[in-house]
Design a protein around this ligand. Structure first.
Ligand code: 13P
Length: 340
């Protein structure tokens, strides 16, 4: 059993002032979709080249990125010169992390076409031991909750929260800090998905998650929460202002997240790059928060870099500079200092 103090130290480093997390843990299916959008074939080499470009962006990695969430393939991969990608990011002072869930699968029952439960608990203890050996010091597990007029169901919220808690306890046993990610989705076609509805579902989900974490004996000091912001669904005609998003997000988290949790690192969830930055900055500008509040963005950190790179070796510098720019803007936002 690892000491909570060691876990707490890692968790604090993950949310150090002005730093946040790069989510680069796209599964092979998801990264293929991203590469399709720029007309690049997804191969082991192209995935390696793209991610090596990001991890070698020294300014971003040293100054704005505390840690990187990797996918199973990447944590085992070597850079072109033979150095492991883990060593590349460690040399820049960034902590390696690993996605350990095996994806959201249809939750059996009458809402199976809509609701999902995240899988990956079987054999997780053994996989975590190996990932720790490979250098991972934190992990991620993402649960997804879909909003409709009548959903989520209690069954869906409970099943996902329970799995998150079992995952988190296994991580801590292995000396790995769990990122606990219950994502209330903002995409989807549902028109009644207002910011108020998102608040209601996010508050409920967080409450159930923290009850399950308590029941599983998870040390809150040694975890990081990765929630959605409280925001209207993308298809909702009534969109909330950034100020309202910040206000309701803080209100919701203050009412559900114990202050023993060292940090909250948001997902971007389909927000535009600038929207994700602005909302994070406004949240921090409210101030007087009991936890560090930062980013753990995938798309909002990578979209511009992916486009600038376009799969071409001659564009690596442009890709790195696009990534560094977003990382720097989000670093300012994590300090509540970003201005339009
Ligand atoms: P996005 O920021 O693109 O939502 O991805 C973050 C993430 O890790 C989702 O699990």
């Amino acid at each position: 059993m690892f000491m909570t103090e060691e876990l707490a130290k890692i968790a604090q480093a993950m949310v150090a002032p002005g730093k946040g997390i790069l989510a680069a843990d796209e599964s092979s299916g998801t990264i293929k979709k991203r590469f399709d959008s720029i007309g690049v074939t997804s191969t082991e080499d192209s995935r390696r080249d793209y991610r090596e470009m990001l991890f070698r962006a020294d300014d971003a990695m040293q100054n704005y990125v505390s840690g990187v969430i990797l996918y199973d393939e990447t944590i085992r991969q070597k850079a072109k010169d033979g150095t492991t990608l883990v060593d590349v990011m460690k040399a820049a002072g960034s902590i390696p992390g690993i996605k350990v869930d095996t994806g959201a699968k249809a939750l059996a029952g009458r809402n199976a076409s809509i609701e999902a439960v995240t899988e990956g608990l079987d054999g997780l203890r053994e996989r975590l031991a190996e990932y720790h050996q490979l250098g991972a010091r934190f992990a991620k597990w993402r649960a997804v909750i879909t909003i409709t007029d009548s959903l989520p169901s209690w069954n869906c919220v409970k099943a996902n929260a329970h799995a998150l808690a079992r995952y988190a306890a296994l991580c801590q046993e292995a000396g790995i800090v769990p990122i606990v990610e219950p994502e209330v989705l903002m995409d989807g076609a549902h028109a009644g998905h207002t910011i108020e509805r998102c608040y209601e579902v996010t508050e409920w989900t967080q409450r159930v998650v923290f009850q399950e974490l308590y029941d599983a004996g998870v040390a809150l000091e040694g975890m990081v929460l990765k929630p959605n912001m409280v925001i209207a669904g993308q298809k909702c005609a009534k969109q909330a202002s950034p100020e309202q998003v910040a206000e309701l997000t803080v209100k919701c988290l203050k009412s559900t997240v114990p202050s023993a949790v060292p940090g909250i690192a948001f997902l971007s969830g389909g927000q535009s790059d600038e929207q994700a930055t602005q909302n994070l900055s406004l949240i921090n500008e409210i101030g007087d928060l009991p936890w560090k509040v930062t980013f753990s963005y995938g798309r909002a950190l990578q979209a511009a870099a992916l486009k600038a790179w376009g799969g071409k070796a001659e564009n690596v510098a442009a890709g790195q500079s696009a990534f560094t720019h977003r990382a720097k803007m989000n670093s300012l936002a994590a300090l509540g200092q970003w201005k339009q």
